[in-house]
Design a protein around this ligand. Structure first.
Ligand code: SAM
Length: 252
C-alpha cells in the first residue's frame, strides 16, 4: 500500500515508519510512506501557506491553492487514491474504518494546522476522519495513528504471534486479558485454565473474559451486538463469578 501524508511537518510524520510494525511493513515492501511538504506548493516566496481569516477572528487559515496542488501532486505520484482529511469534525476513526482503508491500494492523508484548511480545499477531500472529540494542534498525530493502525492489517506485517483479528474491536468485543511469566507475581497467580493446555477451555475462558471486559468497560459496544446462546451463558457466568449485579442493559 502507498500512503502519502501531506503536512507542514514531514520530519514528524516520517517517524511513524521508523519503529515497530509500520517499520517492518516498510522493510517487507508492503507499505510505502511519503511525507509531502505542503510548503513546496506555496506560491509565496517565503513559502507561506496560511493567511488571515475572512470575517476576522483569531488564528490563521490554510490556503486552498497549496493544499489542492499538494493533493494533485500526490495523486499524480500514487494514482487515484482516497483523500482523507484528518479533522476533529470528521467521522470517528474506528477499527472498522481501519480495516476497510487497509484494503485500498493507496491513501492520501491531509494534515491541517492553525484553524484548519480554507473550506474550498475540502472539495478535494473524500472523507474526514477524527481521532476523537478533542482538538489537537495538527493532523500529524492522527495521520500517524492511522498509518500505524493500518499497518497492523496489511497482510504479512504482523507475525503469527500477534494478530490483528484477535485485537479489541475486531470481533466487536474488547480483547481478553493477557498473562506472561512468572506464574506467581506479588501474590497473584495466573488463572489456572491458562496452564491447563486444554485449548478449548482456554478459548472458552478467553471469550468469557472478552465478553466480561466489554460489559464492564464498554457496554455501548455490547449493546450493538446480538449475543448467541453460548456467549450469553458465558457473560452470565462472568457476572456471577465476579459477584457483580446483573446488567440493567437489555444485552442479557
Ligand atoms: N478550528 C478547527 C475546529 O475547531 O474544528 C480545529 C483546527 S485544529 C487546531 C488544526 C488541525 O488539527 C485540524 O485541521 C486537523 O487536521 C487536526 N486535528 C485536530 N484535532 C483533531 C482530531 N481530533 N482528529 C483529527 N484531526 C485533528
Amino acid at each position: 500500500m502507498k500512503i502519502e501524508i501531506l503536512t507542514l511537518f514531514p520530519e514528524l510524520v516520517e517517524q511513524v515508519v521508523r519503529f515497530g510494525i509500520p517499520r517492518k511493513a516498510v522493510e517487507a515492501g508492503i507499505l510505502e510512506l511519503k511525507a509531502r511538504d505542503i510548503r513546496d506548493y506555496s506560491e509565496d516566496r517565503d513559502r507561506r501557506v496560511d493567511d488571515r481569516p475572512y470575517g476576522g477572528g483569531p488564528g490563521m487559515v490554510m490556503e486552498a491553492e497549496p493544499l489542492t496542488a499538494a493533493i494533485a501532486a500526490a495523486k499524480a505520484a500514487i494514482g487515484e487514491a482516497r483523500v482523507i482529511g484528518l479533522s476533529p469534525q470528521g467521522e470517528p476513526l474506528t477499527q472498522d474504518w481501519v480495516r476497510r482503508l487497509a484494503l485500498e491500494p493507496g491513501l492520501i492523508l491531509l494534515c491541517g494546522r492553525y484553524e484548519g484548511p480554507d473550506e474550498r480545499a475540502m472539495r478535494a477531500v473524500d472523507v474526514e476522519l477524527s481521532l476523537g472529540d478533542f482538538v489537537l494542534s495538527g493532523g500529524e498525530l492522527p495521520a500517524m495513528a492511522l498509518v500505524d493502525a493500518i499497518a497492523r492489517w496489511l497482510p504479512g506485517a504482523l507475525g503469527h504471534e500477534q494478530s490483528a483479528p484477535n485485537d479489541s474491536f475486531a470481533s466487536g468485543l474488547l480483547d481478553h486479558p493477557h498473562y506472561t511469566r512468572p506464574e506467581h507475581w506479588r501474590g497473584e497467580a495466573v488463572p489456572e485454565v491458562l496452564l491447563s493446555g486444554d485449548h478449548a477451555k482456554v478459548a472458552r475462558w478467553r471469550l468469557k473474559q472478552a465478553l466480561g471486559a466489554t460489559w464492564l468497560k464498554r457496554p455501548d459496544l455490547l449493546a450493538g451486538l446480538e449475543l448467541n446462546k453460548e456467549q450469553t451463558r458465558l457473560l452470565r457466568e462472568f457476572i456471577a463469578e465476579a459477584g457483580l449485579d446483573s446488567p440493567d442493559s437489555d444485552v442479557l
